[in-house]
Each structure stands twice: as C-alpha cells, then as structure tokens.
Ligand binder design. Structure first.
Ligand code: NAD
Length: 471
C-alpha cells in the first residue's frame, strides 16, 4: 500500500511533490455533509462558482501548464493546450447541461403540467489517469458540479501535484468546503474509495484492466452510476492517396503525439499492399526526424518521455516480445538515456505474426499490417476487443462510407488523425473502451438522472369505465 506518495519529474528525475496518501472514508464523509446545500443552490449559483474556478485557472494558466509539463514530461506547448481545454470545459459544460439535461415542459392534457427535470446523484468518486491529469478529471468534475453533485477526486498516483493544484483552485474560488475533495493515493486508496457504500457513483478514466475490475465490483450495484472511459487499440488505415507525405504525417501524429500516451492514439497502421513501401518509408523518415526531449528544451520537442521508467521498461519489453513472436522491426525503439524514460518511436511490421496481442501498448509503438484489399483492411481495423477511435487516410468517398458503416469505434475519421477529438462532441468508445456512457459533451448525461412529473393544481379524478352503479 502506498502511504507516502512521491512524484518524480520523468524528464529530469527531480522530486516534484511528496505527500501522504489520504483517508477515503473521511473524504466521502466530508463530501456527504456538503452535498445537500450544494444540490439545493440555484443552478446559476453553481455555474457562477465554476466560472470563478475557470477564471482562476486562466490567471494561473502558465503555472499550471508548467506543472503539467514537469509532472508528465509532455512538451510545454502541449501542456498549454491541455490548460486551454480545462478552461474551455466550463462554457461547454454549461451548454451541455442546458442541451442534454435542462428542465423541459412536456405535452400534456388540459388542467395539468408534465415536466422533466434532472437531479444530481449525490457524492461522486472521480478517478483520474496520468496522461491528461488536468483535462480529463476536470471533464468529469465540472459537469458533475454543475448538475449538483459533490466530488471526491483521486488523481493518478503518478500526477498528484496537478490533482492538488486543481482542487486548490476550486477551494480558492469560493466553493464551499467539502464540494470538491482531494484524495491522494494509489490503487489501494482508489479501492477504498469505490468500496465506500456512501458514494453514489464512480466516474473513471483509465485502463481497461481497472475499468473491468470496477465493472465487476459494481455488477450487483445497479443503484450506482458507473462511467468508464478506457483505453484503445486504435487502427489507422492508409489507402489510395496522391499525397503520401500528408498521409504519413497524419499517421505519425496519431501514433506518437504525447509519446503515444493518448487513449485515441493509433497503435495499428493498416496499409494497402501496393502503397506499403512508399508509406512505410515516409512514416519512418518523419519519425526519424521527431525531436524527443525535455518539456522546456529548445528547439521545442515533438514529444517528451513516457511517464516513468517502469512504463518505459514495459514498452521496450513489449517491442522485443513482438519481435520474438514474428514481428519485423522497421524502426527500433531505443532508450537514449538508461536512467530516464525517454523512448524513440518504435515501428514494427506484425503482418506475419500468427497471433497478435490485442492489448493497449500505451506508448510510442506503431504496429504495421499490410492487406490486399479494402475488405481486409476493415476486418483488420475491427480485429480488436477495443473500439475507441479509427481513421481512414485516403480512399474514396464510397470507401469512407463503407468504413464508417462497418468500423466499430466511437470516433471514426477521414483524412484526419485518430487523436485530437473536440470537447464539443461526445467522447467514448465501445467494446473494452467504455461502458456506453461517453464523456465530454455527453458527460452531462451521467451526472444527473431524469425525473418526470405530472402536476395538477387541483385534486380532481373520476373512473369512467368498469364501475358498478351505486345502490
Ligand atoms: P489506471 O487504470 O492504471 O489508473 C486510473 C486511475 O484508477 C488511477 O487514479 C489509479 O490509481 C486508479 N486505480 C487503479 N486501480 C484501481 C482499482 N482497482 N480500484 C480503484 N481505482 C484504481 O490508468 P492509467 O495508467 O493511470 O491511465 C492510462 C490509461 O487511461 C490508458 O489505458 C488510457 O488509454 C486510458 N485513458 C482513457 C481515456 C478515455 O477517455 N477513454 C483518456 C485518457 C486515458
């Protein structure tokens, strides 16, 4: 059990933050106490409170960007885009609440009203991942608060400093004590939190392994809301195009942005036989040019390290395992500094592997599969238990229609990256990628439940049929 947390900057090895693991039961009790008052506030007051929070983040945006860059190792330019997403989430969530869960008058008979309104669940546990330590938990917390829930937020044990920063910003924005509670700790603390019967639900972003464990844990608890945003094993198909360079750029961005640590990153490039040599050559040529360096270095890096040495070791072992099971390396994955988790992108042809592992390799590894025809390309794209994002690069409009109809994923793009989804849209997947409770714009849906009421001013009723005459 992790009782003492230490957050180390992946790029430098410097200690960034340390602190004690928290007490889940105390955090839930604190939240429970705050809930009735928060839920009873008028919606406008709750919106005002989250707007104060976003204003505070805006004034501290450079500080938060630097903290994200240091704690995750991602380049400062990318961390700034994450902070932008945090700020933009407030207006988007206000709009989403109005569009998805606002109160509505329904058609009804004379002398009565029929209304639909939404109510909050109560105390929600938010479990965050390390790859977007601010944007993704924020994407659960803000809609949850607007809807009238209170939150116990457990950041990833790998990014406690960013988690603490967010919760501090909430409390300094005048949110009442107990409305957003920080709970630091690792999986054990997460387990203690989700085992507490006084929570009303869990909003989770993380790996399929943890998500499936949570799904099992809550199998006999239909009374708790469970929103699972999990990983992917995402395909990108490269088909006929007269711009091989742009196709390769889209592949490289999809596979290697954030050092491949995006749930929507492309893990598998599926390429038409005749284009194989040209596409692979160009992808490799661009990947060879990527600058991999510390977040603040100049010239600006394309990507930084992965989150820690253990993850880097796991990824290099996975690359070797693909090789020993029949994969043919196109570009070896290297570890330029033994003691730090920088990795160069690895590209490997797995076409001839007898059994390809259908697992998420959460890092800069691109597997390549060559196929003879478009039907085989779609079959390969769907050859996974996951279903988060998928893209077709090139091909005709007709082929895109076919791909769109037959591909199994929550995001299906054409001539665009697999990554970089808009917060204005729902974000989620099928299969092992989610439990049909998409986040982003649709987060409003899992933060409140509908209550339908028939209402009349007077108590007036009669039975018109099936009554005996009175004596
Ligand atoms: P993880 O599953 O290891 O951890 C996520 C969170 O759950 C952490 O806070 C962790 O402490 C906690 N946790 C772990 N085991 C637990 C348990 N048994 N009970 C309760 N809590 C537990 O995920 P990670 O490695 O931090 O994040 C990377 C993963 O997140 C990748 O798989 C990535 O694809 C996924 N992800 C998904 C999305 C999405 O929106 N679908 C977005 C970003 C990342």
């Amino acid at each position: 059990m992790l009782t003492q947390l230490i957050s180390v900057e992946p790029a430098t090895g410097a200690i960034l933050w340390q602190g004690e693991a928290g007490d889940a039961d105390a955090a839930v009790a604190n939240a429970r106490q705050a809930w009735p008052t928060w839920a009873a506030l008028p919606l406008t007051k709750r919106i005002e409170a989250v707007r104060r929070y976003s204003n505070r983040i805006r004034t501290q945006s450079e500080q938060l960007s630097e903290l994200i860059a240091r704690e995750t190792g991602k380049p400062i330019w990318e961390s700034r885009t994450e902070v932008e997403a945090v700020i933009n989430k407030i207006d988007i969530s206000v709009r989403a609440y109005a569009e998805r869960t606002a109160q509505r008058q329904l058609p009804s008979q004379p002398n009565m009203r029929a209304a639909m309104r939404h109510k909050p669940h109560g105390v929600l546990a938010v479990l965050g991942p390390y790859n977007f330590p601010a944007h993704l938990p924020n994407g659960h917390i803000v809609p949850a608060l607007i809807a009238g829930n209170v939150v116990v937020f457990k950041p990833s044990e790998k990014t406690p400093a960013v988690g603490a920063f967010l919760v501090d910003a909430f409390s300094k924005s005048g949110l009442p004590d107990g409305v957003v509670n920080i709970l630091q700790g690792g999986p054990d603390v997460g387990k203690a939190l989700t085992a507490n019967d006084d929570i009303d639900g869990v909003l989770f972003t993380g790996s399929a392994q943890t998500g499936v464990a949570l799904n099992r844990q809550f199998a006999s608890r239909p009374d708790k809301i469970l929103a699972l945003e999990m990983g992917g094993n995402n395909p990108i198909i490269v088909w006929d195009t007269d711009d091989i360079h742009s196709a390769a750029v889209l592949v490289v961005q999809s596979a290697f942005l954030s050092a491949g640590q995006r749930c929507s990153a492309a893990s598998r490039m599926i390429v038409k036989d005749e284009l194989y040599d040209r596409v692979v050559k160009e992808v490799k040529r661009i990947a060879d040019r990527l600058i991999i360096d510390e977040p603040f270095s100049k010239p600006a890096p394309f990507m930084g390290p992965v989150i820690d040495n253990e993850v880097a070791d796991g990824l290099t072992e996975s690359f070797l395992a693909l090789m020993t099971h029949g994969g043919r390396p196109i570009k070896h994955m290297a570890r330029p500094l033994d003691e730090r988790p920088f990795l160069t992108p690895g590209i490997i042809d797995v076409t001839d592997m007898e059994e390809r592992p259908d697992i998420e390799l959460f890092g800069p590894i691109l597997q390549v599969i060559r196929v003879p025809d478009f039907e085989s390309a779609i079959a390969e794209a769907n050859n996974t238990r996951y279903g988060l994002s998928a893209a077709l690069i090139g091909g005709s409009a007709k082929q895109y229609d076919q791909f769109w109809s037959n591909s199994r994923a929550g995001i299906v793009n054409w001539n665009k990256m697999t990554v970089g989804a808009s917060s204005e849209a729902p974000f989620g997947g099928i299969g092992l990628s989610g439990n049909h409770r998409p986040s982003a714009f649709y987060a409003a849906d899992y933060c409140a439940y509908p209550v339908v009421s028939m209402e009349a001013e007077q108590t007036r009723a009669s039975i018109g049929i099936g009554l005996k005459d009175e004596d």
